[in-house]
Unconditional design. Structure first.
Length: 332
């Protein structure tokens, strides 16, 4: 299979590309390699993919928010399916720099839909987010729930991506699968994410910012489990059979949660990090941040039923794996 993976220099896109290359697929990795976080980490990921894939990996350095540039950069390259995982991430950053989300998450998603429909592709899988559940109080969050009350612009753009996808499934019968990821973590993660920030600060003896005075729960999902779910979806396009799909569509468009199906207390994760870092954390308790939610918890019944997805990595395994990778990456 030939797969275009957007965000290939990013955390999940890189991890997916590694898995696809390991099973023998051809991967076109597309990424603009912007400076949202340390570019050196992104370049290291790209080099790893070149080493792993050889002639089966092609890297395209391009901003997918630029439609003309995107089309030109893909000219002459063939692929069957798309894993559109590139996006401007981050709830808090969306408050500081909203226009980055307009460009990458809205225009960028539309551009990939256009590329996919003009090429008549077999399937496009795209990254949504658990943030779309916003102010919902019913737990666990299920794909059948209403998601009309986003608490951040980031969440609103991801909900908009789902709506745009529904229209393309209707107008062009383009098979689409949207994946609502829940708190992804693991090796080769992002420096702006909690796991990296806490590990770095604990090892340096610096205070870690713990919001909502520690009363936070997250469905922490190990990256290998996320990738297993993405691959299962990529391999199984939704049929255009008029039957109701996960998420409620009768078109060839599905929505799935991909989570660990466990809502863990944040302070439990801090305790594991303390043990792995070999020192106690200095905790700076802070109030809830704008746009944030106190708890996330994934109902994964739909993807379990349809594709047999089953997460296998608990935090007492995944968190130590991340810390070991972090120490090795930084040579400490």
């Amino acid at each position: 299979m030939k797969v275009l993976v957007t965000g290939a220099a990013g955390f999940v896109g890189y991890s997916l590309s590694q898995r696809l290359l390991a099973r023998g697929d051809e991967v076109i990795g597309l990424d603009c390699v912007n400076d949202y976080y340390d570019v050196r980490l992104k370049e290291r990921r790209v080099e790893n993919l070149r080493e792993a894939g050889g002639s089966r990996f092609t890297f395209v350095r391009q901003d997918f928010g630029d439609y003309a540039g995107l089309v030109a950069s893909l000219d002459g390259l063939s692929f069957d399916r798309v894993a559109h995982l590139g996006a401007q991430a981050g709830v808090r950053y969306s408050i500081e720099n909203p226009h980055a989300y307009l460009h990458s998450n809205l225009a960028g998603h539309l551009n990939l839909l256009e590329v996919s429909r003009h090429r008549g592709l077999e399937h496009m899988v795209y990254a949504s987010s658990s943030s779309v559940y916003g102010g919902n109080t019913k737990l666990p969050f299920a794909v059948e729930d209403r998601v009309d009350h986003p608490l951040s612009l980031y969440a609103a753009t991801k909900k908009a991506d789902e709506l745009m996808s529904e229209t393309y499934a209707n107008l062009y019968r383009l098979p689409l699968t949207g994946l609502r990821f829940f708190t992804v973590y693991g090796p080769w993660g992002r420096p702006d994410m909690m796991m990296w920030i806490f590990t770095k600060k604990i090892m340096a003896g610096e205070p870690i910012p713990v919001f909502n005075n520690g009363e936070m729960w997250r469905d922490f999902t190990y990256v290998d489990d996320i990738v297993s779910g993405v691959v299962s979806c990529l391999d199984n396009p939704p049929p255009d059979d008029g039957q109701e799909k996960a998420g409620g569509s009768y078109l060839p468009h599905r929505l799935y949660n991909i989570g660990n199906h466990r809502s863990e207390h944040l302070m439990k994760v801090v305790e594991i990090l303390e043990a792995e870092c070999g020192r106690k954390a200095v905790i700076d308790f802070q109030p809830m941040q704008p746009g944030d939610v106190p708890q996330s918890y994934a109902d994964i019944a739909a993807i379990q039923r349809d594709l047999g997805f089953q997460p296998t990595t608990a935090i007492d395994v995944g968190v130590p794996n991340f810390v070991r990778w972090y120490k090795d990456y930084h040579g400490v």
